[in-house]
Design a protein around this ligand. Structure first.
Ligand code: BG6
Length: 495
């Protein structure tokens, strides 16, 4: 954004401003940007929602949200008051056309040259809001810009994602659209590209000549919480696989972009999704593994099973664990399995990408080898212990000929002396600046849904006779180990 633009009055309009996302993520992230003097001046925060609030109530609620959730504690009282003073509230239903007229008037009165609309509301009302903005003439600007930020879930299969895209594109041009996948805002996820493309030594190894297989894990200890209404229809495949896991896969597998800009990066990402070997019919059943958690113990606490969570159907067959075996059928990756897995109520919260390199062509050492025949694993730890570790075999000291696994380790916090900022801080700043690199483009979303919809169809046509279960606090049923072992003799990494 040019300096002149950055100084233009800007409105950040949140649809669904009374919800959880606003108070837990959006407003604390905006406050952090304010602290760092990164926000346009002036920036007006406008809450648009049904609830009977006014400016004062919204300010008070946001004060509590910042006090509770801000990353930088203690909170800077001056900056906080200054930030709160910029808040306005507009009460309206999303269907009421007059609400959008009032919004237009408010924006004009504030002289808001630039306008960012953020959909932090249930996906069922996305199209209604977009249409409302279009009809009120709020989607285009003769001077300044208008942008729309759309949260996940972006559709629930290919046809609903296409229908949503059609509704969006009736009102906004693609360049105005910012589809959020908060994983892309994580510092360590962005570091995948820096690691690969700012360093010369890794890229020559990053292919099927040297890589045996790749494991990508998004493991969570939390259960479904209060979100059963959404989750029971979504399952892991829509909640995490179609977006976060597939995004991690594209960044790991993509070619170097011709430049580091939004279109060049996204051109390469979408090629990976299009190169995925489709999983249809029997192939989908063979290459995916689903399971559901039952009661168990996590961190010494008894937790209920999925079917006992409030709001879950008693006969639910929704998967809370999913493993999948994918192939990227291009020259770089032909023949290399990518194992993706994610689950709720697993023993540990961890997201990691593990690149397993091949073993040496000829074993030379007839020694005791505790490192195994393929000791080289590069672990990119996305969270919570952000860092990168390379394991290799080394000679253990002493007269006995023994090889042991050892590690080279980069620790994010130790090196940079600070926890990485929250993903939303980066993403909100990027959409204010107008950099869409970390947002998913229409063709990317469609390609991901096309791939996932094939799997969903295969599942629908072949409902499981019984869904394997795992005790909360374990790494999945024994079948999840057999799933990787039987295909290629691999085992899941011990995280
Ligand atoms: C969200 C999912 O997109 O990602 C949640 O809807 C999940 O179910 C969350 O818990 C995981 O995000 P993070 O940043 O905690 O790894």
């Amino acid at each position: 954004m040019s300096q002149a633009n950055f100084l233009a009055p800007t409105a950040f309009v949140i649809f669904g401003a009374t919800g959880d996302l606003t108070s837990r993520k959006l407003v604390p992230a905006l406050y952090e940007l304010k602290l760092a003097d990164r926000l346009p001046t002036p920036l007006y925060l406008i809450g648009f929602a049904r609830r009977d609030w006014d400016d004062q109530v919204m300010r008070e609620q946001m004060r509590q949200a910042i006090l509770q959730h801000a990353r930088s504690q203690p909170v800077d009282r001056n900056k906080l008051e200054n930030f709160l003073a910029s808040i306005r509230y507009l009460q309206s239903s999303f269907e009421d056309r007059e609400g959008y007229q009032r919004l237009g008037k408010m924006l004009d009165d504030l002289d808001a040259v630039n306008r960012l609309y953020y959909l932090a509301c249930p996906p069922g009302v996305y199209s209604t809001i977009i249409q409302g903005l279009g009809e009120a003439g709020l989607a285009q600007r003769a001077e300044g810009w208008a942008r729309i930020v759309i949260e996940k879930p972006y559709g629930e299969d290919l046809s609903s994602a296409q229908a949503l895209d059609a509704a969006v594109h009736r009102v906004f041009a693609e360049q105005q659209v910012y589809r959020i996948d908060h994983y892309l805002g994580k510092e360590t996820v962005q570091n995948i590209l820096v690691f690969r493309f700012a360093n010369g030594i890794f890229e020559p190894l990053w292919n099927n000549r040297n890589v045996d297989h790749v494991q990508i894990t998004v493991a969570e200890t939390v259960g479904v919480g209060s979100r059963a209404g959404y989750y029971d229809k979504a399952g892991v495949i829509r909640d995490v696989f179609q977006n976060h896991l597939m995004q991690l896969l594209t960044l790991t597998a993509m070619e170097a972009p011709v430049a580091f800009n939004a279109d060049a990066v996204r051109d390469e990402k979408v090629k990976i999704i299009r190169s995925l070997r489709p999983l249809r019919g029997k192939e989908a059943l063979k290459n995916t593994y689903r399971a559901q958690y039952v009661a168990g113990t996590i961190d010494g606490q008894r937790v209920p099973g999925y079917k006992d969570e409030p709001g879950v159907q008693p006969d639910s067959t929704t998967e809370t664990y999913l493993a999948a075996r994918l192939f990227v059928d291009n020259w770089r990756w032909a023949g290399v399995p990518f194992y993706l897995r994610s689950g709720k109520r697993l023993p540990k919260r961890i997201t990691s990408i593990d690149i397993h390199f091949k073993q040496v062509p000829l074993p030379l050492f007839g020694w005791r080898n505790l490192a195994g025949h393929a000791p080289n694993v590069l672990m990119i730890n996305i969270q919570p212990d952000e860092g990168i570790t390379l394991t290799f075999g080394a000679k253990a000291p002493g007269p006995i000929n023994q090889i042991e696994p050892v590690k080279m380790h980069f620790d994010y916090v130790e090196t940079f002396g600070a926890e990485p900022p929250d993903a939303y801080e980066r993403l909100l700043l990027d959409c204010l600046i107008g950099d869409a690199t970390l947002f998913t483009r229409t063709d990317e979303v469609q390609a991901a849904w096309a791939f996932v919809t094939d799997i969903l169809e295969a599942w629908r046509n072949n409902p499981p006779r019984y869904l394997p279960v795992y005790e909360a606090g374990t790494w999945g049923p024994p079948g999840s180990e057999d799933f990787v072992r039987s295909a290629d003799g691999h085992t899941w990494d011990n995280l």
